[in-house]
Design a protein around this ligand. Structure first.
Ligand SMILES: Nc1ncnc2c1ncn2[C@@H]1O[C@H](COP(=O)(O)OP(=O)(O)OP(=O)(O)O)[C@@H](O)[C@H]1O
Length: 433
């Protein structure tokens, strides 16, 4: 016991004694700047301990930018985490002096060896480095939404719950590499909306992942239409667009400017899981088939262009009319998300992606490529904040407990003009007024 206590580096300062280490990391990773014989260093201006860890504020030397530090984020985090195990006085005080003491010390030693600190960088004229003593939880259970506000996750500080309020920010873009949690989040959003607003939520669903993700909602009363194939997605979007036009007329007839003023409680959610499949540039078949100058069969390109046109219109006009777009993609290149939709989406959420380019496609900025490889970890960004969240995991038991009471008897469905295929679209014309 005595030997171990001697070996331990007892820190007088408690948390937050990483500043020396940080200075060393800056020097070793080339972040200091040589100016003749002088070396300009990153100067610590302020250090503050919090219950979650420590915040350091630095003045960046001339010739360096915030991006230089961001590009070294991994090295900084690795450097902070290379350590000899430090047992602090507090750790030892918490131990019971009984016959299991050796086992307890071993456990503590192991825990200390594997525990990881996480860092976050930001800039407000000063470089801010936050060193979190403990990593964020990797699993968050689904929690309750509030009206049109749906659960997005918890943020690190004090495990605060974060919601996305569709009344405040109507359109939402989400992205991330495959298997990091997009579909799970979409399911969470849909389940929350159905639970909170069963009589007023209207769903227009496009699942271009072969129907595996959204088929659970096919027969519930809240689903207006659902499609599993790109060509039929056009009909879902056209249908939603027409509903939006009707709503516009209805609001106008009431002499009001928007659904809120008009006291109309319905809200329509057009949710597209894998919007990249609707990219006209990726279409294989690009030529319409014409007879006597009249198009008798539209090409895949034309169909996808029409889909994009409807999406853009809904994003442009839908906000005040209670129409919300949720677009998800895993692709990280080019104009996957129609430009107008992205411009009109003030909320973006991005799970981990492979490159800074992919991060820019969703967030218009870097960062998502630096997220740890943890399922459900994401950056949630609105006009006034950019935070890291751990999104809640929703189980199929929870989904079914919410949607099963709303399953309705399957009526004969109207299919498209084309012969139905094995998993053909189901457009349910529910005669919304
Ligand atoms: N918030 C979360 N917390 C913990 N695990 C999660 C979370 N979200 C998803 N996962 C896990 O990751 C797996 C993949 O999630 P999901 O299907 O949502 O990914 P995706 O991004 O939609 O992938 P793809 O684009 O390939 O469909 C899930 O089966 C689940 O086990």
């Amino acid at each position: 016991m005595g030997g171990l206590a001697l070996q331990a580096h007892l820190s007088k300062n408690g948390n937050g004694n990483d500043s020396k280490k940080l200075n060393k990391i800056f020097a070793l990773t080339g972040l200091n700047v040589k100016d003749g014989t002088q070396t300009l260093t990153t100067q610590l201006v302020k250090k503050r301990n919090y219950e979650w860890g420590t915040e350091y504020r630095y003045r960046i030397p001339l010739g360096r930018s915030f991006e230089d530090y961001v590009s070294k984020q991994k090295s900084i985090e690795a450097g902070i985490n290379t350590r000899t195990v430090k047992l602090q006085l507090g750790d030892l005080k918490q131990m019971k002096l009984d016959r299991n003491i050796i086992q307890s010390i071993r456990g503590l030693y192991k825990r200390k060896l594997t525990e990881r600190k996480e860092i976050e960088l930001s800039y407000d004229g000063m470089l801010i480095i936050r060193v979190y003593d403990e990593p964020m939880p990797t699993l968050v259970e689904m929690f309750e939404g509030k009206g049109w506000s749906v659960p997005i996750g918890i943020m690190r500080e004090k495990n605060t719950t974060i919601f996305h309020d569709f009344e405040r920010i109507p359109h939402f873009v989400l992205g991330g590499a495959t298997r990091y949690g997009k579909s799970n989040l979409i399911n969470g959003i849909i389940a929350s909306l159905i639970k909170q607003k069963p009589n007023h939520v209207k769903l227009h669903l496009v699942d271009l992942k072969g129907g595996v993700e959204l088929c659970d909602y096919e027969n519930i009363k809240q689903t207006v239409s659902i499609a599993y194939e790109p060509e039929e997605a056009r009909e879902v979007l056209e249908n939603a667009y027409n509903e939006m036009r009707k709503m516009q007329q209805r609001v106008r007839n009431l002499g009001k400017k928007n659904v809120r003023e008009a006291g109309i409680p319905e809200r329509h959610f057009i949710i597209i899981d894998e919007v990249g499949e609707l990219n006209p540039e990726e279409a294989v078949d690009k030529k319409d088939i014409k007879k006597d100058g009249i198009v008798i069969q539209k090409s895949e390109k034309t169909i996808k262009e029409e889909c994009q046109k409807y999406m853009s219109q809904i994003s442009r006009l839908g906000a005040g009319l209670g129409f919300r777009l949720i677009l998800a993609t895993q692709y990280g290149t080019g104009d996957i998300i129609p430009r107008q939709c992205k411009q009109n989406s003030d909320a973006k959420l991005c799970f981990r992606v492979q490159s800074s380019t992919a991060s820019r496609v969703v967030l218009d900025g870097e960062g998502a490529e630096k997220l740890p490889e943890i399922k459900g970890r994401a950056i949630y960004q609105t006009a006034d904040k950019k935070i890291i969240v751990q999104t809640p995991l929703i189980t199929s038991e929870i989904i079914h407990s919410i949607i099963d009471p709303h399953i309705k008897e399957v009526k004969p469905v109207e299919t498209t003009k084309q012969a139905p295929r094995s998993n053909a679209i189901i457009i349910k014309k529910t005669g919304l007024s």
